[in-house]
Design a protein around this ligand. Structure first.
Ligand code: SAM
Length: 346
């Protein structure tokens, strides 16, 4: 089954179900996923400097610590100067991709976002600018693109309508989220999507639907990580996603989407001390250290016990360098655009 998945980048649902549900295939999955990742990317691990620009959010996702209804969250916003300072520090540390992520915060009008993006583009012409600001209309995405943004991260969260409505209030619609992804792709962004592993009510069929949706979308980046409960959300007492299933899904993704940029996420590092290293060994090839000012890091609390909230950017960068090397890979400072063709195919 694993060889078939590797060869065809696809399997029928029944075989996927077996791989997802049974731990017996893990060793083989990780082995093949690592071989494929080396074939496409060698031992390179790309770094993305994450700047968490706001924790205000108009949305009310039941799983998220910065949801609108969390009245206990202490809110913050970074201004253009704060963001440029993060970029300055990041550039000196070797970052060539800046990821601006935040809640859906109406304070950042299109004009403000474009102003920030153009300033980064002007100061750092050799860097990729990734946005992750949630759902916008096509015109806004186009304006950001024209201002200099290259990439956009928007996880679809779950590709199943019913499951989506169990995770979000009725005002938030899967169809809108999917449309955003298609709009982004059409405009010319390198698009990243993905989902949480082990989110409440998730079934194996939901995970298969996620894989099928990704096969349609064919994103350049695929971000997945375990769901981790946050104590001030409706899902406070739900079980979190497991390390085993998260790693298994990373390996399956690598085999289905060999070219993809797949991060070993902070959430993975939060549920296990070696979570990110294990993620890399299962096929991930990106890490996203935090470049946000230390004074706001704890406030961007999507889930409980989030790691890397106390260290300065340089410490995070050094720590990850060691972790990546200990897993047998190497951080590279290149922009790290998607591999269009395999090394084998030339
Ligand atoms: N607002 C933007 C959006 O909707 O894409 C970006 C910010 S949002 C907080 C970033 C990601 O955090 C979401 O796509 C979600 O998958 C993840 N996330 C939120 N709460 C989480 C939790 N409790 N456990 C794991 N991941 C979580």
């Amino acid at each position: 089954m694993i060889e078939e998945l590797r060869r065809d980048r696809n399997l029928p649902d029944a075989a996927l179900r077996k791989l997802i549900e049974c731990a017996d295939y893990d060793e083989g999955l990780f082995h093949h996923a690592d071989e494929v990742r080396r074939e496409y990317y060698g031992t390179d691990v790309y770094i993305r400097g994450l700047i968490e620009l706001t924790n205000y959010c108009k949305n009310d996702c039941y799983y998220c610590g910065i949801r609108r209804s969390n009245a206990q969250a202490v809110r913050y916003r970074l201004n253009k100067e704060d963001i440029l300072e993060c970029c300055r520090e990041g550039y000196a540390l070797g970052f060539r991709t800046f990821v601006l992520q935040g809640g859906e915060d109406g304070f950042y009008t299109d004009k403000i976002v474009c102003d920030i993006v153009s300033a980064i583009r002007e100061n750092y012409p050799d860097c990729a600018i990734t946005l992750s600001l949630g759902e916008k209309n096509r015109e806004s995405y186009l304006a950001f693109f024209e201002a200099g943004a290259d990439r956009y991260l928007l996880r679809h969260e779950t590709a199943d309508e019913e499951h989506y409505q169990k995770l979000h209030p009725s005002a938030q619609k899967l169809s809108v989220r999917k449309q955003c992804l298609w709009d982004l792709k059409k405009i010319g962004y390198q698009v990243g999507s993905g989902f949480m592993v082990g989110s409440p009510y998730q079934t194996t069929e939901n995970l298969i639907a996620d894989l099928r949706f990704l096969q349609e979308l064919m994103p350049a980046m695929i971000g997945i990580g375990p769901f981790i409960p946050h104590h001030q959300t409706p899902f406070a007492t739900c079980a979190g996603g497991t390390l085993a299933l998260s790693l298994r899904m990373v390996a399956i993704l690598r085999l289905m989407f060999p070219y993809a940029l797949i991060p070993a996420t902070t959430a993975l590092g939060t549920i296990h001390p070696q979570g990110r290293e294990l993620g890399l060994k299962a096929g991930a090839n990106v890490v996203m250290p935090n470049l946000s000012p230390v004074k706001v890091r704890k406030l961007y609390e999507l889930y409980d016990n989030k790691i890397c909230t106390g260290e300065e950017s340089a410490e995070c960068r050094g720590c990850l360098e060691r972790r990546v090397a200990s897993a047998g890979y190497r951080i590279v400072t290149a922009r790290g655009d998607v591999a269009c063709k395999s090394r084998r195919e030339g």
